[in-house]
Ligand binder design. Structure first.
Ligand SMILES: [Zn+2]
Length: 118
C-alpha cells in the first residue's frame, strides 16, 4: 500500500485534518477505551499530520498513564485523532481510520492488539 494524503475528521465537520500515511498497519485494540470507542488505529509522526480546522472544538480526555491526549469534538463527540509521543519521545498522532474520508474499513487489514492484557 502506498502513502497517500487522506482527509479525516469528526462527524459534524468542525474538526478536519489531512494526513500523509499508508494504511498498512491498522490495529484494533481490546483495551477498555478502544473497545468502547471501536477504534481502528494507525500511528503517524506528527510531521505528517495537519489539522485544517477545529483546534478550538476539541476537548481532551486522558486516562491510565495519561500519556495520550484523546481529543474529541465537543459538538459531535467523535474522536478522530489523538496526540501522544512514541518510545523515543517523538510527537506522534494516532489516527482513527474510521474517520478518514473514502476509506472502507472492511477493505483494511486489521491487526488485533491485546491492549487489555498489556
Ligand atoms: Zn464534530
Amino acid at each position: 500500500m502506498e502513502t497517500q494524503t487522506y482527509v479525516g475528521g469528526c462527524h459534524c465537520g468542525k474538526v478536519q485534518y489531512e494526513v500523509d500515511m499508508n494504511l498498512e498497519n491498522v490495529m484494533e485494540c481490546n483495551c477498555s477505551h478502544c473497545a468502547k470507542k471501536g477504534f481502528l488505529l494507525s500511528f503517524v509522526p506528527a510531521t505528517q499530520f495537519r489539522l485544517l480546522r477545529g483546534e478550538d472544538a476539541l476537548s481532551e480526555y486522558r486516562f491510565n498513564k495519561k500519556h495520550i491526549a484523546h481529543l474529541f469534538c465537543t459538538t459531535c463527540g467523535v474522536e478522530s485523532f489523538a496526540r501522544g509521543t512514541d518510545k523515543e519521545g517523538a510527537e506522534t498522532i494516532m489516527i482513527n481510520a474510521r474517520c478518514l474520508d473514502d476509506v472502507v474499513p472492511d477493505t483494511l487489514t486489521i491487526t488485533k492488539v491485546d491492549g487489555k492484557n498489556f
